[in-house]
Design a protein around this ligand. Structure first.
Ligand code: 26Q
Length: 836
């Protein structure tokens, strides 16, 4: 902080009163030219849409900044209760088209660019995706902050500004090859660096009791290596409501450029080492991979996020209320996106006690009344643990605090279950064993007032299984919040043709109140409406074909009349892309046998990234590509069947895929997919789900009705009952179709020049210990796929189902989800902002 505050006294409050920005076509043309020519120094011969995109983005950003300032002012004036969404991932995708939509200037700006001879779509697609997330959890965070702004809730998103986001996937000889995603290479016009709100983050060192000036003993964390957290803010506009919230991402910067003494002594490597170590913290997003569990750099990232964000919130608090924390818990709350930021529980304790002088009891009362935790997984192997030894080295003060939290917790639990040491051992935050570990989920549960799962089944399974002891102790903490997706990006912006038809039919309110889509239901019976619906779907399929053909020069048999069968998501064994491949091989086998009566042409699209260290997932990609090569080049197949692997699946790819999907594959082993959100995007765009009773599929089926959903497979209960007698070999023996599929696979038909390549995959599904029980669901999957074909042959019936899926997708808006978070957990008051 500078000694003397800088104030422009004559400008005073009017410093922020800049001339009002016009919203007409001419205003956008003027501003565009100004930025393009004067700021970016480009002219008509630039040759790349990138700078035109930047110029337009800057013009749009100006309009957001105005509203941002007013929103800020409103929150400040009302001294309202606020929420903070802490997440290691925000998978934002592109910003421009979403910003235009939410500002309500889409048509004006499109026309303005058109007048300049520019196709807006070219500018939109020249923007880099902000891929700061792996998949569902990261995209959920992005959809959540969109809905918070739309509902006018005072919520800030806190995350990390990774220099490198999710890697870019290329396919070489059928295999995934990762390329670093240097998304900031050309700068990022949407972010604003705010050096003045930087904070210092400590690592290492040790703790020491010291006597302060009041003769009180205080613990000090000293001899630390420090790193600076510098915030970069991105505006988050609500849907046409004047609200603009903030996404604040932290970048790690060395506290000093480098050690001058060492530099002068000629020891350059030593001199820059500290800088490199510090700045590595926000260098790269970690892939979602159990092999990455326990890596020190990941813990540094987590603590860096938690500490910077909490210091930021506390600095803002003391700026208004001084050191009086009496009402803090009434005014502030934190939502932890999985356990990734859960070290925040201990960090808030540390800051309140060591920096702000509160007692343990005062600090604990605040912590456990302000933290709320969301769980996103049922896979026990995915639960985060950190070796105590590592924590002691890297975060000694926090480890002390965690031990003390645990002692208090175990004392409380043992009063509930006296003498039940087995249970207490199970529940302890510290796992005993060869190496002591901190169980982050337990820390999050003990330190929170709310624990939620992300779909009904998931929340129920958490209470009955993974967290049953905690549920028995604190049933009131547990609740469900079924996920959603934002209809602005996933319908209004990505599928403008369908959006227009919907608006023409039921009015425009659905965009901010998705339950209105129900009004489409009667139109399923209207032949003329169905025809328009179908034409839009066909056109979207054609665009998808054009897009793909542009990417692959290969001669592909792609027709809009084929059933577009889509499975896009991270590649993981539990998501069972393998089951999909088994079905494709089965269809191929039918064609080869001439068993093609009533054939329905099908185009199977599979996309997704495998974590770089996940062998089975990478082999699955290779298998898909090998099978695709054989099928797509077999003259017997023609246009009956096409299999395509879509490389580099990401947010902007899904925006193109969604509108053109007919069938949505949601085929995880029941009880393993916490919720799923791709299922919701596809449903909203009129795709019909083929799915197991897993995650949010169950609620999708409930909403749309059994007759508009293709259900197959064992239930979560049946899976667990069957597991002990699971005998995939016997199942194969009794199923001729499956035998033939396995024969093709095992004979090396798809890897003639790569013998043995798929042995691990084959062995895994044939093993009686296959946790994902793929073979168990084969027959039921193939049978229901036949019913899919039957339905697809009847165009009217299919179109009705498609309309009904969209019409009943209202529940899956994040506006509903966030409304529930707010009603049950955050309890924030919406803050209307004076519209400009
Ligand atoms: C853990 C340790 C080390 C490095 C990385 C990680 C890591 C990173 C990301 C672990 C998990 C994730 C992401 C998980 C995720 O996306 N889960 C999905 O969350 C969605 C939103 O709730 C659900 O719909 C999906 O069912 C769930 O799989």
């Amino acid at each position: 902080m500078p000694a003397k505050q800088f104030v422009i006294s004559k400008l005073n409050s009017s410093i922020t009163q800049v001339p009002e920005q016009g919203m007409t076509k001419e205003d956008f043309i003027d501003d565009f030219k100004q930025y393009y020519v004067h700021l970016l120094g480009r002219d008509e011969n630039c040759g790349s849409p990138f700078y035109a995109g930047e110029a337009l983005s800057l013009a749009i950003r100006d309009r957001l900044l105005e509203r941002w300032k007013f929103t800020h002012q409103t929150y400040k004036n009302n001294d309202c209760r606020r929420g903070y969404y802490l997440s290691m991932e925000f998978l934002m995708g592109r910003t421009l088209s979403n910003a235009m939509l939410n500002l309500g200037v889409g048509n004006t700006v499109t026309q303005a660019m058109y007048d300049l001879g520019i196709e807006i779509e070219e500018l939109i697609s020249s923007e880099q995706d902000a891929g700061l997330g792996n998949g569902g959890l990261g995209r959920l965070a992005a959809c959540f902050i969109d809905s918070c702004a739309t509902l006018q809730l005072p919520v800030i998103g806190y995350g990390l500004r990774y220099e490198y986001g999710m890697f870019t996937q290329t396919i070489v000889n059928g295999e995934q090859v990762e390329k670093p995603d240097h998304w900031l290479r050309h700068g990022n016009v949407w972010e604003i660096r705010r050096l003045e709100y930087s904070h210092t983050i400590k690592f290492g060192g040790h703790t020491e009791l010291q006597t302060d000036e009041n003769d009180e003993q205080r613990l000090h964390w000293i001899d630390t290596s420090n790193v600076l957290a510098v915030p970069f803010d991105t505006p988050v506009p609500g849907y046409q409501n004047g609200t603009v919230n903030t996404l604040r991402l932290w970048k790690a910067v060395a506290t000093e450029e480098f050690n001058l003494d060492e530099f002068n002594a000629g020891d350059y490597e030593e001199a820059v080492e500290a800088k490199i170590t510090a700045e590595n913290i926000t260098m790269v997003l970690y892939p979602n991979d159990v092999n990455e569990n326990g890596k020190e750099l990941r813990l540094r990232q987590q603590y860096f996020l938690a500490s910077a964000s909490l210091q930021d919130v506390l600095a803002h608090w003391t700026g208004v209320h001084g050191n009086d924390f009496t009402h803090f818990a009434e005014k502030r709350c934190f939502q932890l996106n999985d356990t990734h930021p859960s070290i925040a529980v201990a960090e808030l304790m540390r800051l309140l006690m060591d920096i702000h002088g509160l007692t343990w009891d005062e600090a604990w009362a605040i912590t456990k009344n302000t933290m709320a935790y969301t769980n996103h997984t049922l896979l026990p192997e995915a639960l985060e643990k950190w070796p105590v030894r590592l924590m002691q080295e890297l975060l000694p003060r926090l480890m002390d605090i965690i031990f003390e939290i645990n002692v208090n917790f175990i004392t409380e639990a043992s009063m509930h279950w006296p003498g039940d040491s087995a249970r207490l051992r199970r529940m302890s935050i510290i796992e005993e064993g060869d190496e002591q570990q901190v169980r982050m989920a337990h820390l999050a549960i003990v330190g929170s007032f709310s624990v939620n799962g992300v779909a009904q089944l998931h929340s129920q399974l958490l209470q009955q299984g993974l967290f049953s002891d905690f549920y028995a102790l604190w049933p009131h903490k547990f609740n469900n919040k079924t996920n959603g997706v934002t209809p602005r990006r996933w319908l209004a912006a990505s599928n403008p043709e369908l959006a227009s038809l919907i608006t023409e039919t039921i009015g425009e309110q659905w965009v901010a109140d998705l339950s209105q889509l129900k009004k489409l239901q009667p139109y399923a019976e209207d032949a003329q409406f169905r025809q328009r619906w179908r034409a839009i779907k066909q056109a979207a399929k054609q665009r998808l074909i054009d897009y793909k053909k542009g990417k692959y020069s290969a001669e592909l048999h792609l027709s809009v009349d084929a059933l577009f069968d889509v499975q896009v998501k991270r590649i993981h064994e539990y998501k069972r892309q393998l089951l999909n491949v088994l079905h494709v091989i089965h269809l191929y086998n039918c064609i080869k046998k001439g068993d093609t009566e009533n054939w329905v042409a099908r185009c199977v699209l599979i996309g997704g990234k495998a974590a770089p260290g996940y062998r089975m997932a990478k082999q699955t990609i290779k298998l898909i590509n090998n099978v695709a090569r054989i099928i797509n080049s077999d003259p017997d197949v023609g246009d009956k069947l096409t299999l395509l692997f879509l490389p580099d699946y990401r947010v902007s790819a899904m925006e193109k895929i969604c509108p053109g999907a007919d069938l949505s594959e949601q085929i995880s082993t029941a009880g393993k997919e916490a919720s799923g959100t791709g299922n919701m995007k596809l449903m909203m765009n009129g795709a019909i789900t083929i799915g197991t009773l897993d995650g949010a599929n169950i609620e999708i089926r409930q909403e749309v009705g059994d007759e508009n959903f293709f259900l197959f497979g064992l239930t979560a209960d049946e899976i667990e009952v069957k597991r002990s007698q699971y005998d995939p070999i016997a199942i194969i023996d009794q199923d001729e179709d499956l035998q033939q599929v396995m024969h093709l696979l095992e004979s090396g038909y798809f890897n003639q020049f790569e013998p043995g390549l798929f042995n691990d995959l084959i062995n895994s599904i044939k093993s009686q210990y296959d946790p994902w029980m793929t073979i168990a669901d084969f027959r039921s999957f193939v049978d229901v796929q036949k019913r899919v074909e039957e339905a697809y042959r009847d165009k009217d019936r299919w179109t009705k189902m498609s309309i009904l899926n969209c019409a009943n997708s209202g529940k899956f808006s994040t506006d509903r989800t966030i409304g529930e978070y707010n009603r049950d957990i955050w309890k924030l008051t919406p803050q209307p902002v004076k519209q400009q």
